[in-house]
Write a protein that binds this ligand. Sequence first.
Ligand SMILES: [Zn+2]
Length: 462
Amino acid sequence: MAQPKEKGGLGFRSFHAFNTALLAKQWWRLMTVENSLMARVLKACYFRHSPLMEATKGSRPSYTWSSIMGARWVLDKGCLWRVGTGENINIWSHQWVPGAAGFRLFSGHNYRPGLQRVSQLLLPGRREWNHALIRQVFAPHEASLILQIPVSGNALASSSGAISGIWKVLWQTKSIPRCKELLWRACHDIVPVRAVLVNRGIVTDSICPLCGDDDETLVHAFFGCSEVAPVWFSSPLFMDFRHVPDNFSLVQWLSQILKEGDDWLADSVFTLLWAIWERRNKWCFDHQWYPFDFVLRRASSLASVGFTVGDEGSVLHGQRREGGNATWRPPQSGIIKVNVDASVSAGSLMGYGYIARNSRGEVLATAAAKWPTASTVALAEAMALRWALQLSLDLGFFAVDVEIDSKMVVDAWSNHSRQCSYLALVVSDSVFISQSFHSFSLAHVLRASNMAADFLAKFALS
Ligand SMILES: [Zn+2]
């Protein structure tokens, strides 16, 4: 009788199936609305220290909990883990690979006994798949399924909200932009000190060019170097960096300084860092050597400039303009307009297109890139957007209006935090990156006014 009418039954609902579906819905609610009263009570009682998907029934479950646990198999059949840091996901026992049979992996089990967590498949300290390892361990089709999964691109994204708020404060500080930009780069580990270049395989020698005693890490180059520490010590700041602890974090140090809310302090620190870096480069590239008091004088000359031309650029954070224009329009003076698009082909690749223009309509940069394809067109567009924002920062464009012709991505921008899809994950990466700009806006435009980016994305695939 519970069979559908087309199949010869009477279409009655199976009471058992109906009840299971209702309980499974409760389970889904527990997963997605983590701060509901029920979720908080159940978490405190039954899975205080573990994620919901690893919760067990426990020894004396309440009626509610044991009923909900009874319907868990329904979700186990269709749910999969979304890769964030990958630390909580077991490579072999969890369901985490979209497109794989049962969302699980079947190859590579015997490869390496220590290989357990998905985080081990990422490059150390980075949110990027370790392509070489994955291709080595898994069968080709499973390897490409893994490599298609977008991972959250920001190591800083997982840090606390207090840290993520500092960029806005940094950009508002009264200091000249190039000093702030250097600091921003240093915090994101993209200042080309020797240790960073060795990691990227660009040079082979990481020894500090100034003192020749130690590896030139960021902390060494800006603070600990015996040629640099006297600069700090003899400056009006009297900071002593002769013995920098191993766990010194530039980001945390910066956030402490910004928390003081003292423009003089912040400006002095930023300009000193800039002058230190300038002296280092003059030595490396022009073989001109300047004593440390020169660095101090240089910093103070920059600092006085900093206070007179301090506030430039209006902050447009969080603003969103609705699109609909059929032709491309130049941005306001001082802003760079970035158009971005993705093109998905029938094969295993997708193309990204990027074009940046100023208020006179002059092209400042174009880029096209090929990437392993994404599972949906919207996801491809979201990944192209993330790539474009990162690229803009790398190019030094700190005030941008970004246009994209995917309405889904622009919609996801406003409610990414309430969803747990990969689209929302990639969009929330972009939201995070967008906080690093002085000025930022995102708008949806018609395909017709995004033709240049569209052309470049298709060009990437040709
Ligand atoms: Zn040194």
